[in-house]
Design a protein around this ligand. Structure first.
Ligand SMILES: Nc1ncnc2c1ncn2[C@@H]1O[C@H](COP(=O)(O)OP(=O)(O)OP(=O)(O)O)[C@@H](O)[C@H]1O
Ligand SMILES: [Mg+2]
Length: 260
């Protein structure tokens, strides 16, 4: 297995409050890791530490790929809808492997790449719209294109299902499954019920990190990992998620592509 990055004894604090203590995790090629946990549990902080956006208080992250080969879709809580930038330029702003990036330069190859991503996500027709004119689902698609601009080997998405209706949510996850054939993915979500159908492994983050090497997780395991069940924000919990290991082996079919 090819390692992409290793997290060793990572502790992150804000001011003097420890948000995440002693996390250890290795991300390998082909991984599709779901990160779950309650509000304020430290999921976003963990992701920011991975990306070097917050400095660890202790421990280290060892990168085996160039940092610009990590795509990132940040958690969007609120967007200034008046921000005057077009869809195409949002996507182009994800290009960061050269110092002289400018939205004013007309690099044809780069524009063509941005357009091909918009096309792939079915939103090329929105190319010249202002970002503030889009619906939540359209906006998430555009930000997904942006995170793909550097052809990442690892794609990190922080709650891309916010602002998104159920139909777009499953379209998005199907798309991620397809992208996972080309890149490793870390997907942060509240919705353990939905994502466990798509992810291969799970990390519960609630001030500590518990790695679970399967996409099937029981209520008891969630509790023992310090991840309360109330983290499920909507919908029924699929039976598969809560089955005891071994009890529902036939359901492993759901775990598409886990062992390729
Ligand atoms: N820049 C910051 N400065 C100080 N404290 C912060 C900062 N960012 C986050 N925190 C605190 O760290 C804790 C973890 O926040 P974080 O955003 O990582 O949680 P989360 O699991 O992503 O939550 P959510 O599910 O709501 O997105 C919270 O108590 C939050 O208030
Ligand atoms: Mg968060």
């Amino acid at each position: 297995m090819t390692k992409l990055l290793e997290i060793r004894d990572l502790t992150v604090s804000y001011d003097h409050e420890v948000i995440l203590r002693n996390a250890n995790l290795t991300i390998n090629q082909g991984d599709f890791l779901g990160v779950i946990g309650p509000n304020g549990g430290g999921k976003t902080t963990f992701i920011k530490a991975l990306l070097g956006l917050v400095k660890p208080a202790k421990g280290e992250i060892v990168f085996h790929i160039p940092e610009n080969r990590i795509g990132y879709l940040p958690q969007i809580n609120q967007i200034d809808k008046r921000f005057p930038i077009t869809v195409l330029d949002v996507v182009r702003s994800g290009k960061s492997d050269h110092r002289n990036f400018s939205l004013f330069s007309k690099n044809r190859e780069e524009i063509a790449h941005a357009e091909s991503l918009l096309k792939e996500m079915g939103v090329l027709h929105l190319r010249d719209k202002a970002i503030g004119e889009l619906s939540g689902g359209q906006m998430q698609r555009v930000f997904l294109c942006r995170s793909l601009m550097n052809k990442p080997e690892l794609l990190i998405l922080d709650e891309p299902d916010t602002f998104v209706d159920n139909q777009f949510e499953s379209e998005l996850y199907d798309k991620l499954k397809e992208l996972n054939e080309r890149m490793a993915i870390i997907l942060v979500s509240h919705d353990v019920g939905t994502i466990s159908y798509y992810v291969k492994t799970i990390a519960c983050v609630n001030r500590s990190l518990h790695y679970h090497p399967s996409n099937i997780i029981s209520t008891e395991q969630l509790a023992s990992y310090n991840c309360p069940l109330q983290i499920i924000t909507h919908g029924e919990i699929p039976h598969t998620v809560l089955g005891q290991h071994g009890e529902h082996d036939h359901k492993h079919d759901h775990n598409h592509g886990h062992h390729h």
